[in-house]
Design a binder for this molecule. Structure first.
Ligand code: NAD
Length: 258
């Protein structure tokens, strides 16, 4: 029996990085997957790749900062695949002009909050009724290790947004626990995906981040997908409200080993 046999999963930010790897893994484990993104070209390719390897996957465009788009993506999952069991609110941005409080422009702050925080709220606003109709389910919200500790490279809007995702996740977990809906946050460490590599755009910035990671390397999107799979599956049936850190030890470190 595959680990997500007969489940329907919707994953936002599935055109690349963690979302794409999770869509591949979830499909391999028997789930029917709806891939959501604003990058239509890469999203269509990701879904096609899954179908070509025998999986069941659909791509739909949705900007998660827009209520109408979020309603449409959930409607699509229910109409196309008849139900929704797993909602992976994973899409997020790290703006290249996100910096410290003095220098970060208000527009950068607002955009980051709209996608990283409101996007998760809207996914839940429209997704929870669908999960209830399916008799319950699992929600995974991608936060970050920076929701737990301050980042060495200033990114005030991003860090704040991920702290909000952790607070939102806890409350969702408590409120919906008796409805058979589990809600957990995935807290990746620094990853070798586009999102971070574009932000740490010099070797010096990369080294500054690497020095804090006990494992001495960036994480891989595939490693996050494995953690998301556990949270999505019934294997985590008693796990809710957690902050699942998959971070190479970065939040455990005080002094960095050589
Ligand atoms: P990524 O940039 O590779 O993927 C993010 C995807 O989200 C992209 O395909 C992008 O097009 C999509 N997206 C952006 N805005 C969107 C919107 N408004 N609506 C729908 N889709 C949108 O990044 P990733 O590293 O895979 O990041 C996934 C999640 O993991 C994000 O929430 C990110 O904050 C979080 N995270 C990443 C790291 C890291 O180091 N990369 C660390 C901790 C947390």
């Amino acid at each position: 029996m595959k680990r997500l046999q007969d489940k329907v999963a919707l994953i936002t930010g599935a055109a690349g990085g963690i979302g794409r790897e999770s869509a591949i893994l979830f499909a391999n484990e028997g789930a029917k997957v709806v891939l959501v993104d604003v990058n239509d070209e890469a999203g269509e390719v990701a879904a096609l790749d899954i179908r070509n390897s025998g999986g069941n996957a659909y791509y739909i465009h949705a900007d998660i900062s827009k209520a109408q788009d979020c309603q449409s993506m959930i409607d699509f999952a229910e109409k196309q695949l008849s139900k929704l069991n797993i909602l992976f609110n994973n899409a997020g941005i790290m703006h290249s002009k996100d910096d410290n409080a003095e220098t970060t422009e208000e527009s950068v702050w607002d955009l980051t909050m709209d996608i990283n925080v409101k996007g998760v709220f809207l996914g839940c606003k429209f997704g929870i009724p669908a999960l209830k109709r399916a008799g319950g389910g699992s929600i995974i919200n991608t936060a970050s290790f920076v929701g737990k500790i301050g980042a060495a490279t200033p990114q005030i809007a991003y860090t704040t947004s991920k702290g909000a995702v952790l607070a939102m996740t806890r409350e969702l977990a408590v409120v919906h626990a008796r409805e058979n809906i589990r809600v957990n946050a995935l807290c990746p460490g620094p990853l070798r995906t586009d999102l971070l590599m574009k932000f740490l755009d010099t070797e010096e910035k990369k080294q500054r981040r690497l020095v804090h990671i006990p494992m001495g390397r960036f994480g891989e999107a595939k490693e996050m997908a494995q953690a998301a799979l556990f949270l999505a599956s019934d294997e985590s049936s008693y796990v809710t409200g957690t902050e699942f850190l998959v971070d190479g030890g970065i939040t455990a470190a005080y002094v960095t080993p050589e």
